[in-house]
Design a protein around this ligand. Structure first.
Ligand code: ZN
Length: 313
């Protein structure tokens, strides 16, 4: 097996809504999620965000409405038979133009939301095709062993396409690197719908760097495949580390009590102390048994360790 390399990935920019990762080319209509300046199809610097693309479409429609209004206004002047009718046409034209502008202004946000929905409905195939082409490019980079860029591309595409294939390829890329604590590490967005030892090892690696990334979907995944993980070479230790990560709040201890108790003998020292302190202070009947067992385990595992008394406040 090749030696893992240290790496620092480019910063990941989070978005409020997933669609905001898509860019649109004004020139050729290509959608992409891995480029933000040059279009991967026509090569022009004509990429705009989906919000901008949507805003343009809504503005163009309100301009079309205004043009129709102006046309009607001029027709009514041409067909007017007296000065009075001309004055009436001008008055009505100005009045309705102001009303139209005010209506567009008032309902701009709901028009944008409606139009965005229309873009996704009408252009679904084009967007999907654009993302598939992005994914093919990322796979090509993987084949060329450019795992850093391949991962960064898949990370962008994965915001929109959250399927197992993309997650697995991201994991394959990540398995080539030594991870760093100061990275934008992802974890719950990589959880697969099936058992994968690569993912299990990745979970173990990440939790050693940042335990707070282990959320409930990660713990649920580990519990679901506990039987398989126990057959892994370091399976028992991984389960102990995940059980340790589950000891982060009273709610999680209640929820994962049985799982934590199964690995209480291999919980890292700081985690068993935390478990002791939380269960002792909780005043909850349902945690009495785990508190009693934690005390026993601390006695026989760390009985002669005087340092532990200092952290068991
Ligand atoms: Zn283009």
């Amino acid at each position: 097996m090749e030696q893992k390399k240290p790496i620092l990935f480019d910063k990941f920019t989070p978005v409020n809504y997933r669609y905001q990762k898509i860019m649109y080319c004004k020139k050729c209509g290509r959608y992409t999620s891995i480029e933000n300046i040059t279009c991967p199809k026509c090569g022009h610097n004509n990429l705009i965000t989906m919000d901008k693309h949507n805003e343009r479409a809504v503005k163009m429609r309100s301009q079309a409405d205004l043009l129709i209004m102006l046309a009607l206004f001029f027709v009514s002047i041409i067909v007017a038979r007296s000065k009075y009718e001309i004055a009436l046409s001008i008055g009505a034209g100005v009045f309705f133009t102001i009303i139209l502008i005010l209506i567009h202004k008032k309902y701009m946000e709901s028009e944008k939301a409606l139009n965005l929905y229309k873009i996704f409905t009408n252009s679904f195939q084009d967007i999907k095709q654009g993302l598939d082409m992005d994914e093919a490019k990322a796979l090509k980079k993987m084949k060329d062993t450019n795992f850093k860029q391949a991962y960064e591309d898949l990370r962008e595409i994965g915001v929109l396409l959250q399927d197992d294939r993309i997650k697995e390829n991201k994991l394959l890329c990540l398995s080539n690197f030594v991870l760093r604590k100061d990275e934008d590490l992802e974890l719950d967005s990589l959880i697969l719908s099936y058992y994968s030892p690569i993912l299990v090892n990745y979970i173990d690696e990440v939790l050693k760097l940042n335990r707070t990334l282990v959320r409930r979907n990660v713990i649920d995944y580990i519990i679901k495949y506990e039987g398989y993980i126990l057959q892994m070479k370091n399976g028992q230790d991984i389960l102990g580390n995940v059980a340790g990560a589950a000891v982060n709040s009273k709610q999680n201890i209640i929820l994962y009590k049985d799982f934590i108790m199964r690995y209480i003998d291999v919980l890292p020292k700081d985690r068993i102390v935390r478990l002791h302190n939380i269960t002792r202070d909780s005043n909850l009947k349902e945690l009495n048994d785990i508190y009693a067992e934690t005390r026993e385990v601390i006695d026989y595992r760390f009985g002669t360790d005087n340092d532990i008394k200092k952290i068991m406040y």
